[in-house]
Design a protein around this ligand. Structure first.
Ligand code: URA
Length: 210
């Protein structure tokens, strides 16, 4: 296992990951299941958020009850494949803000190139959950987190559907302060930087572009 990496072993998450891996799953099913899996992963990544006691009134009586406290959340999907995951996380935390990080992988060098970056103004005061379905080489995730740190963000977590061991190791080495949550992990990448067995190109399968 890799220190700082949590594989969410819940049967629902594992079943949904199998649907995502299956090449015969339709685009519609793939998109729906990406969203649902992201909702379940969001539940796990927010498990240790602090709470505070607030005084409320039920229809019957006044009582003390817990409410989420501390830094407000920002979901930071890496474009474009992270968008469907962010929607699933917003289903659970609708008040979260969204930061868009536009990065693509150069097909030859596999390096991440930035083309868009837009965050809430107070992003440095918030807890940011970076979202990208595939943690493959780790270049894109590392570049996104570098960029968010440049913008002043100090509190980050990373969530993906599937990690490759080399990518997870690279991300943990570059950013040991950023824990990772994933539905699964595969051991290797092919020569094109795709995770094996993986689930293919998450962006193309979500948006039907291939
Ligand atoms: N990006 C993808 O969409 N799939 C992979 O396997 C690797 C990177």
């Amino acid at each position: 296992m890799i220190d700082g990496l949590t594989i969410v072993s819940h049967p629902l998450v594992q079943h949904k990951l199998t649907l995502l891996r299956d090449r015969n799953s339709s685009i519609q099913l793939f998109r729906t299941v990406v969203r649902e899996t992201a909702t379940l992963l969001c539940y796990e990544v927010t498990r240790d958020l602090p709470t505070e006691t607030v005084r409320i009134e039920t229809p019957i009586a006044e009582t003390d009850a817990p409410a989420i406290a501390g830094k407000k959340l920002v979901f930071a999907p890496i474009l474009r494949a992270g968008l469907a995951m962010a929607e699933g996380m917003l289903d659970l935390v609708p008040s979260a803000r969204v930061a868009h990080v536009g990065l693509y992988r150069d097909p030859f060098t596999l390096e991440a190139i930035e083309y868009y970056f837009k965050t809430p103004e107070d992003v440095s005061e918030r807890r940011v959950i970076v979202v990208d379905p595939m943690l493959a080489t780790g270049h894109t995730a590392i570049a996104a987190i570098d960029r968010l740190k440049e913008a002043g963000v100090a509190d980050m977590r990373f969530v993906c559907l599937l990690a490759a061991r080399p990518g997870a190791e690279a991300l943990r080495a570059a950013h040991p302060d950023v824990p990772i949550w994933a539905a699964g992990m595969d051991d290797r990448l092919n020569d094109h930087g795709y995770i094996v067995p993986g689930l293919g190109d998450a962006g193309d399968r979500t948006y039907g572009t291939r």
